[in-house]
Design a protein around this ligand. Structure first.
Ligand SMILES: Nc1ncnc2c1ncn2[C@@H]1O[C@H](COP(=O)(O)OP(=O)(O)OP(=O)(O)O)[C@@H](O)[C@H]1O
Ligand SMILES: [Mg+2]
Length: 291
């Protein structure tokens, strides 16, 4: 019988109304009991980082740090020193020893986000760290023992990248010990409205908007989730990928929220405000809460 800790128990701000997402949480709860590396896959904005935090907080490392690092955001030279640290004098400007993120995550969990973006030279170094449980700071001759649980996340198809030699097979197997796939929102539509409520709540809490609610149009199931037509072979951002909308350049994002294809966002209403300024504020509030 599953122990209590293995049962899916969503955290307050983690939406999992759909059967698919509840299954993911149950799996994540089991994964949390192990210390083996986890590979989280799923489309952009499906909640991989949120799920990584869920795994961490339910693991025996919950009292330790949770350190996310976006591997795509750092240039190759910086990535090595950010991950492994460096010693004073290792390169121009290294005027003191610097602790890497592996060390910072000691006793806790390190999330390697966008792991598919790690350059090939760094893939070799990362593989060595995962095998030896040791890091060698840039410019140092000594290695340091590390005690870190690794969670990797990607929206890329790593097995396909392995097939075309864009990602090391041995590293892929090291990371893909436990696998959790987060389904896209279009496959768990019951989560859309609770998520809209949750984003509204976060936006209002962040910007002190006072009580907020979704308008009747937003709650109308007939209008909800109308999928925009495909133009030029590529569908515009879908409301079921709210995170994706959140990551577009501001002008496009605002445009997306205004369009009738996004009734949930478009009709989100903050009571008592003039419709024009209200829409503007809705857009920026949603965009910021999604970024
Ligand atoms: N099930 C959920 N419940 C509550 N909030 C969620 C859920 N899923 C995603 N979110 C929220 O949506 C936003 C995007 O989620 P997150 O950053 O975890 O996605 P991601 O899969 O890591 O995206 P990317 O691939 O672009 O990095 C965050 O604000 C997150 O808190
Ligand atoms: Mg992410």
């Amino acid at each position: 019988m599953a122990s209590k800790s293995l049962q899916a128990a969503p955290q307050e701000d983690l939406v999992a109304r759909s059967r698919a997402m509840r299954a993911v949480l149950t799996l994540a709860g089991r994964v949390a009991q192990s210390d083996a590396p986890v590979l989280l896959t799923g489309e952009s904005g499906t909640g991989k980082e949120r799920l990584a935090r869920y795994v961490h907080t339910r693991s025996r490392r919950a009292r330790g740090p949770f350190v996310p690092v976006n591997c795509a955001a750092l240039p190759e030279a910086l990535l090595e020193s950010e991950l492994f640290g460096h010693v004073r004098g290792a390169f121009t400007g290294a005027d003191r020893d610097h602790r890497g993120l592996f060390e910072a995550a000691s006793g806790g969990t390190l999330l390697l986000d966008e792991v598919g973006e790690i350059p090939s030279a760094m893939q070799v170094k990362l593989l060595r760290v995962l095998q030896d449980h040791e890091v060698r700071p840039v410019g140092s001759t000594a290695s340091k023992r590390i005690d870190v649980r690794i969670i990797a996340a990607t929206n890329a198809d790593l097995s396909e990248m392995v097939a075309r030699r864009a990602f090391r097979k041995d590293l892929y197997f090291r990371l893909n010990v436990l696998a959790v796939e987060v389904p896209p929102l279009r496959d768990r539509r019951e989560d859309v409205l609770p998520l809209a409520h949750e984003f509204m709540r976060r936006g209002c809490a962040t910007y002190y908007c006072g009580p907020c609610s979704l308008s009747p149009e937003a709650l109308d199931p007939g209008r909800r989730l109308r999928v925009p037509s495909t133009r030029g072979g590529r569908a515009p951002p879908h409301p079921a990928r709210l995170g994706e909308v959140g990551r577009q350049p501001h002008r496009n994002r605002a445009h997306a929220w205004h369009r009738s294809e996004y009734p949930v966002a478009q009709a989100a209403a903050v009571r008592g405000w003039h419709p024009r300024s209200r829409t503007k504020i809705e857009c920026s509030t949603f965009n910021r809460s999604l970024s």
